[in-house]
Design a protein around this ligand. Sequence first.
Ligand SMILES: [Cu+2]
Length: 693
Amino acid sequence: MTVPIPARTPRHDRRPRSALLHAALASLILCAWAKSSAAQQDPIRAFENPPLLTIERRAMQPLTLLAVPADAPAQAGEAVLDLDVEYVDSEIWNPAKKNDGGSFGGYDAVKLRAYRGKGVDPDAPYVAPTIEVFPGETVRLTLNNRLPTDPGCISWSEDANIPHCFNGTNMHTHGLWVNPSGNGDNVLISIDPGASFQYEYNIPPDHPAGTFWYHPHRHGSTALQVSSGMAGALIIRGERPPSTNANGDIDVLLKPTAEQPFRERVLVLQQIQYACRDQKTGRIKTEPATDDEGRWVCDKDDVGRIERYAGPSGPDQFGPRTWEWSGRYTSVNGHVLPTFKGAKAGQVERWRVIHAGVRDTINLQFRKRAADAEGFAGLKASDNDAYIDRYCPGDPLDFHLIAADGLTMAAAMKTENAVLQPGYRWDALLVFREAGEYCVIDDAAPAAGTVNQATPSRQLLGVVEVGEGPKVSGDMTAYLTGRLVAAAEANMPAPVRAKVVDELRGGLKLTSFVPHPDIEESEVNGAQYLVFNIDVSQQPVQFQVNGRPFEQGRVDRVLGLGGVDEWTLQSEFVSHPFHIHVNPFQIVEILDPNGKDVSAAGARDDGGGRTKPDLQYPGLKGVWKDTLWVKNLGNDSNDPTLRYTLVVRTRYQRYIGDFVLHCHILDHEDQGMMQHIRIALPGGHGGAAHGRH
Ligand SMILES: [Cu+2]
C-alpha cells in the first residue's frame, strides 16, 4: 500500500505585517503594550500541519509461490518508521521578549529534547511529525534514544515517584486500542540513552479511524519530555464506508467532493515551559517583581531549557500555577500565535485538535477579529485578555464537535467552546461565517474546571485568515447539515446512502460511523472504584490513587479479559484528568455534588449553584473517550460535598497484559498518581488471576 506524501510548503514566512504601521492604540489598557510594539516587526508564522513522518510501506508477502498480479488490490502490510530522540537547538517566538533599544518581540533560543525523523523540519522541531497509519497495518516504530548518558539514572535507588532519569524515554500511543505487552504499547519499559527499541503495533483491522497521539511515558520524566515538545499526532486513516451491517469511517463521509474540499488541519497544542537560569544561583530568571511584563525571561545569550521539576523551596519548572507564572504561550505545532491561511467563508474545515500540553486547560473559541487589529509583537501573556476585549469583539462562532478522543460520536455536538484538558482530542467541523480574520482564543473557564482552581485569563492561540466565499448568516447546524447531506450523496455507497442522509437530517446523527456499540447496564458484570488525591499532609506531598502512590512492581488491579466493568471516578483534592490505556470507556453519567446529572446535552453545570456554568460536561452522556476530567470544586479532601461522581463503563476486549491508568497532568503522574493494572484471562482458565507474585 502506498500513500502519497503531500508536497511541503515553506514553514517560515517572516514578512513584516503592514498592520504594525498603524497608529498607536487609543485604548488606555493597552497603551503600554502599544508603545512597546510600535516599531516592531511582527513576523507571520504561518500555520501548517505538522510534517508527515516518512513511512516505508511493505505489502504483506502472500504465502504462495505464485506471482501476485500487478493489479491485485493493495493489502495492509507493514509500516516501518524511525524516530530519534535528541537535544535540538532551535528558537521559539516570544512576543514579549525585550530587545535592545526597548522594543519587544523576538525569538528565544532554546535547547530541548525533541523527536526527529524523516520529514521533520529542522527549523521547527518542537512538534513531532504526524504518524499516519491504517487499520490492519503492522507498525514497526524504531525509537532511537540519542540523548546523552545520565549517570544519576543508572544508580537511581530513591523513590520512583521523585522525577528522575530525564534522558530515559519510551513511547505511548495514546488512545490506540492495541496490545500493551512486550514490544506493543508498553510504557513499563525504559529506553535508556544509547538504546534503540523497535515497537510493533498491530493495528487491528477493526480499529477505529481517528485522531490519536503519541508521547513519551517513562515514569519520572514524562512531564519534562512532553512539555519539551515531544508529542505528535497519530492519525488512523479510515477508508471503510458503512454497510448495511457494519459501521464505517467518518473519513469516508468527509472525503473531498466537488463542492467541499473538507480541508483538514491538525493542531498539536503544546505548553513548552522553557526557562533560562541565573548561572550562579541556578534560579529561573524572572522580571523584577515590580514589573508585570511577563514572568520568566531569557536574556540575550541565554538558552531556554527544561531540566528540573522542583527546586529546594518548592515547585520550579512544574507545579501549581507555574504555567501562568512562566508567561509562556500555548504553541500550535511548535509555533506561537500562528496565522491559519487558506480558509474560505462557507467551507467546512475539519480541525483535529490535540491537547498535548502538560497542565493548563484550553477552552477553544473563535471570534471575529477587528479590521483594525494590531499585530502581536509586544503582547504579553498577561495582556491577552485586554487584546481580546479590544480586537476580538462579537459573538463566539458556533461550531460542531464530531469526535471525542478520536472516537466518532453518535451525533455532532454544537458548541461555542470546546474544552480540552491535557490528553483530550476533539475533531471539530468549523465553518467561518464570512471573510475576514478570526481570533483563535483559549477562553477563561470557571476555576473548578481548571487544573489550578484559579480562573485563568484568556489567551490568544492564533488568527485565521478567511477568504471570500458564501456568507453563512442563519442557523449553523442547518448549514452544516446541508453540506454533510451533499457529501453523503456523493460519498456514501447506495445501500446506506438514504439512512446516512436521514440521520444527518434528523439532528446531525452520525450513528453509522460510531466505532463501539453502547454498553447497556445488562452487559455490566463488575465494578471498579477510583479516587484521586493529593495528600498535602505528607512530606513530600503524596500523589495518590485509592490512597496510595504508584509503586513499581505492584499490580493494583487485575481485570478479567471479556469482563465489562462500571467505573466510579472521584477526586478528593482538586481535579484531575483520568486516562486509561488500551480500552476506551463510555460515559454513563456525571453527577455534581448534589447528585444532579450534568452530562446530558443542554444540562447546566454550575457546581450545584457554587460556580459559573462550566461547559465541559454537558453533552458527554454516551460519549466514548479515553481521558476524562474528574472534578472537585476545591482543595479540602475532608469535604465530600465538593466531589463530582463520574460513572463510565468499559469492556476488556482482545488484549491481555500490564499497563497503567493515571492522571494526565503529567507531573502528577511522574510523582505517583498512577496505577499499574493488568488484564488477565479469568481465573480458573489458565491465566494469571492474582495481582501479586
Ligand atoms: Cu492530577
